[in-house]
Design a binder for this molecule. Structure first.
Ligand code: MN
Length: 305
């Protein structure tokens, strides 16, 4: 049996205040199914960090999936959405051809902020559609098994299906293990999977995965065993291996260097008082939008999983 592969997070500064642990994309696995980005942050004391403060910025070719374990967030976007983000509630933004949004900690947010921000790449057939209405799901399927409480965010698990919009076969779930829990979950054998150890060490199929690491599971596996002596939480992600080659740069996902150049121009090219037509603008945000950095001197390459 091949040893369980474990991906180490890297530290990235997001906006001005929030340090995140990024495990996707990773040099050995750029994606897990269509999940192409995984940032895990906190628990942070927002009295010290200042909280989340990410001014308006664009996205293309993806969905953002926001999930909090603790705290309170606020999402606003160029479609006019204005949504408080609470623990245990799913928030999905389908950017498709182009959208812009801002994410901040509201003034009355509690002290601790802890969550994950994920991106899902959209397949070619759907990526150029108009952006979809923001999806906020407060009521997700939950089931108990082997001392674990499982909440299904996207796709389905053990026959429990989320109504969140998906464009490729995938699954996303939060698994809360009580002390001494041992749970066996059925997996889609056509999916590759990953398990994020959110706040403690967890035993994945007999191997200890240290806190903050992402364990990677190849396709072909039909069950997953999670165990923990302490109460702890993990995120389970999976999906059909994504076959298309993509170019990911800054907040854009395209298929070629030229597309990214064009998207960057459409965002940065609009004057300070203009609305970039493709992306719109977040009304009433108290600071200017975030401009894209300069492109590298080399051509951006499309890459697969
Ligand atoms: Mn964003």
């Amino acid at each position: 049996m091949t040893p369980l592969e474990q991906l180490e997070p890297r530290d990235v500064l997001l906006g001005r205040t929030t340090h995140v642990r990024r495990t996707l994309p990773h040099k050995t696995h750029r994606m897990v199914g269509a999940w192409c980005f995984l940032d895990h942050y906190g628990p942070d004391d927002i009295k010290e960090t200042g909280g989340m403060w990410v001014p308006p910025h664009p996205h293309t070719g993806l969905q953002t999936v926001t999930w909090l374990f603790e705290g309170l967030g606020r999402h606003t976007d160029s479609l006019g959405s204005d949504q408080l983000i609470r623990p245990g509630q799913l928030n999905v933004m389908t950017a498709a051809h182009g959208i812009c949004h801002a994410e901040v900690s509201p003034d009355d947010a509690p002290r601790l902020l802890h969550g994950v921000q994920l991106w899902v790449v959209l397949p070619d057939a759907d990526r150029n559609a108009v952006p979809a209405d923001f999806v906020h799901l407060a009521d997700l399927p939950v089931f108990e098994s082997g001392g674990a409480t499982v909440t299904v965010l996207m796709g389905s698990l053990a026959g429990h299906a989320s109504s969140a919009p998906t464009f490729t076969p995938l699954v996303g779930a939060e698994v809360r293990l009580s002390a001494g829990a041992s749970v066996e979950l059925p997996l889609e054998t056509g999916f590759e999977h990953a398990v994020l150890a959110v706040d403690g060490d967890v035993d994945v199929d007999g191997t200890t995965v240290e806190r903050h690491r992402l364990a990677y599971l190849e396709t072909g596996q039909d069950t997953l065993r999670l165990q923990s002596s302490e109460a702890t939480t993990v995120m389970l992600l999976g999906g059909e291996p994504f076959k298309e080659e993509v170019v990911m740069w800054w907040n854009f996902i395209g298929r070629s260097h030229e597309e990214i150049v064009e998207q960057r121009e459409e965002w940065n090219g609009a004057g300070p008082d203009d609305v970039p037509r493709r992306f719109g603008q977040v009304q009433g945000f108290p600071e200017p939008r975030l401009l894209a950095p300069p492109l590298p001197n080399t051509r951006l390459k499309s890459r697969g999983r």
